[in-house]
Design a protein around this ligand. Sequence first.
Ligand SMILES: Cc1cc2nc3c(=O)[nH]c(=O)nc-3n(C[C@H](O)[C@H](O)[C@H](O)COP(=O)(O)OP(=O)(O)OC[C@H]3O[C@@H](n4cnc5c(N)ncnc54)[C@H](O)[C@@H]3O)c2cc1C
Length: 363
Amino acid sequence: MSDCIIVGGGIIGMLTARELNAAGADVLLLERGQLGGESSWAGGGILSPLYPWRYDDSVNALAKYSQRVYPLIAQQLLAESGVDPEYNPCGLMVLDQDETGQARQWADRWDMSLDVLSSQQAINQCEPALNSEINQALWLPDIAQMRNPRLVKALAGSLAEKEIKVIEHCKVEQLIEKQGLIQGVETADKVYKADRVIVAGGAWSGKMISKNVQQPDIEPVKGQMILFKARQNLLKTMVLSGGRYLIPRRDGRILTGSTLEHTDFEKNITEDAMLSLKQSAIDLVPELANFEIEHHWAGLRPGTPQGIPYICEHPAIKGLYINSGHYRNGVILGAASAKLMADLVTGKEAELDMKPYQFEQQH
Ligand SMILES: Cc1cc2nc3c(=O)[nH]c(=O)nc-3n(C[C@H](O)[C@H](O)[C@H](O)COP(=O)(O)OP(=O)(O)OC[C@H]3O[C@@H](n4cnc5c(N)ncnc54)[C@H](O)[C@@H]3O)c2cc1C
């Protein structure tokens, strides 16, 4: 019997397993497919909420904590796994023009650098690849990125190095609960007992909890992405405009995302989305018209009404915890969310206020 079972091996489940292990807990992680094979693989890895000034303080507080600890976590993951998650503080340029006031307030409140670039020349100095018609931008030099497929591989390697028990291709069919107490989980062929179970099942988290009790309000929101096989150093910074973004990887590849689609649990990719993402990318960086699209994929974000995750114990089932619902921001919120969850489960005083992430706050 383990101290604690985690259901779901995405970024959230893996980071939580790592934190609990560091706190001395004996953890078992069960993953239906492959570690990091869902949304956590599919995402962009921008280490900030998009337009963070549009989000509640509770989201920004988690983001701020994670921004502080990710440089060290990235180094640790490389040392533990031999895989570089490519932490890259390349900065983010935001081209939407009517939010400068809110952005300035946010930057002051959260102690983030922000420059307003108000000429084509200033923008060109910062990012020469951008369309020369762009003459107004917000420049956020503190914002970094990580490369999702490498991050999940590094996390999986870290769990192996720490000898944390992981079973892949092991779907939890149901949670076992008796008289308001969690007892463990059941798979197709086995019962795993524990008096603490953490649901970190991403978009599927709501489905895991019985309809007889309050379920978290988590819904799949599909996002499609494309990847250009561009030349190295074409683009230096991340760029965000009208909800669409470009993320340059170190090897020259450029990611463009993403759509927001409410299509239940299907992950089909569509030509319409590909063409629309491609056009958005070329509008921002005209040279991208010269490069092939190497890959096109979709992932299911765990959507919550306000993008505020659940990081809490279930109000009706003692020992059942939820760490899910990070919507568009699971990578950036993940480190803080995992630390909070580990503190909650092990009874340690948390550095951040836990109240905003409870069930009552969301309903
Ligand atoms: C296109 C796109 C772009 C994104 N860009 C960014 C970004 O730039 N920055 C950012 O911070 N975030 C981004 N996100 C969001 C981020 O990727 C997610 O919030 C995050 O990956 C959620 O992690 P998770 O571990 O909760 O979910 P997942 O990665 O989906 O993991 C959940 C895991 O649970 C497993 N599971 C489900 N049911 C069961 C079961 N019954 N038994 C066992 N295992 C089960 C699944 O197989 C899955 O592996 C993006 C997402 C998408 C789709």
